[in-house]
Design a protein around this ligand. Structure first.
Ligand SMILES: [Fe+2]
Length: 346
């Protein structure tokens, strides 16, 4: 990001066009910021990984053209980066980073390989599910408007976007993974990515995204199929959905009806379930989808084991901004439980 910004500073530019997946669009946001207001990247990265300095003022126009259906980055005010020195991913968040325009054309996603389609779709679903279950806006501290965080909690408007995104991923992700040229599926996943982006961009994500940062950051030797890389890499969508069944088991008591509704939107049969079955409905709907689209079966399948739990917990605690969105208090003990529960699902 810093190298690209340095290059941009040597040119006369009116604005930026970001073409690609979330990494490319987030790089566009960071280059826009660092070339308009030069400073080390870490100055702007959220605390405690960076200094959390505010974005000083308006940026140049940024046009975002997603080539995957996943991130929804064209709609959001966040740019995420992998801070190699600290083995952690972290974000810069400011409304001023939001692209001026998003050009969402599902035809750009027709040649996305099945593994990338699956991981990107997992990201959509996790954005929507986390935003749907995050601590609601009216259960959070009040702020003066200028100090209001980008993530304000689940609210009636974000719910609408998230519900539609959950439904579309449940209905179309298997189809797009099995048959990449299924245009109807690609159209609905492109919409779902955008809808979930609008939903999570104002409600906010919580535990699965917080845990995903060290899961991706501490990768040792997992090289995913379908990605043009020989380097170890846990795709973002895999890193977020891999703890989602456990995380939603943990959050279920905070809003049983929402967890059940989400499972129903994914196509899971919920009528006539016993109390114990209702509690498992969303984790089961998630595991069924993960299995069908080829997502790894848990943390052990991407190279982690019980001895890694402490480091993963420590890395997660570096995401207080995301953890504060969890609908119930979450600390070392709870994260330890969630991670151990996510080792192997099937
Ligand atoms: Fe994400």
């Amino acid at each position: 990001m810093e190298e690209a910004a340095e290059y941009a500073r040597t040119k006369e530019v009116d604005g930026f066009v970001a073409v690609g997946g979330g990494s490319a669009i987030d790089t566009g946001k960071a280059v826009n910021l660092l070339s308009c207001y030069p400073a080390p990247l870490l100055d702007y990265v959220n605390k405690p990984v960076g200094r959390g300095a505010p974005v000083p003022g308006p940026l140049k126009p940024l046009i975002a053209m997603p080539t995957t259906a996943g991130t929804g980055s064209e709609t959001t005010a966040v740019a995420v980066t992998h801070v190699m020195a600290q083995h952690v991913k972290a974000g810069i968040s400011s409304r001023l980073l939001r692209p001026t325009l998003g050009v969402v054309d599902p035809l750009n996603t027709l040649t996305v390989p099945p593994e990338v389609t699956a991981a990107a779709g997992a990201d959509i679903l996790t954005h929507a599910l986390e935003s749907y279950t995050t601590r609601p806006y009216n259960a959070r501290p009040k702020h003066h408007p200028p100090d209001r965080p980008a993530y304000i909690g689940a609210n009636p408007a974000s719910d609408v976007w998230c519900e539609k995104a959950i439904e579309y991923v449940g209905r179309y992700l298997r189809r797009a993974v099995l048959n990449g040229s299924d245009l109807d599926a690609r159209v609905h996943l492109a919409l779902a990515a955008n809808y979930a982006g609008i939903g999570f961009g104002n409600a906010g994500v919580h535990i699965p995204h917080a845990v995903a940062y060290p899961i991706a950051g501490l990768v040792r030797d997992y090289v995913p199929a379908g990605y043009r890389t020989r380097h170890p890499l846990i795709p973002h969508g895999v890193s977020v959905i891999i703890t989602a069944p456990s995380a939603f088991r943990f959050t279920y008591p905070t809003a049983p009806e929402r967890h059940l509704r989400a499972a129903e939107l994914m196509g899971h049969q919920v009528a006539g379930l016993s109390d114990a079955e209702r509690r498992q409905a969303l984790p089961q709907a998630l595991m069924a989808l993960m299995r069908d689209v080829g997502i790894p079966s848990g943390l052990t399948a991407v190279g982690y084991g019980e001895p890694d739990v402490a480091a993963l917990v420590e890395g997660t605690l570096k995401q207080p901004r995301l953890l504060s969105g969890a609908p119930r208090a979450v600390g070392v003990t709870e994260l330890d439980w969630i991670l151990r529960d996510a080792m192997q699902y099937w």
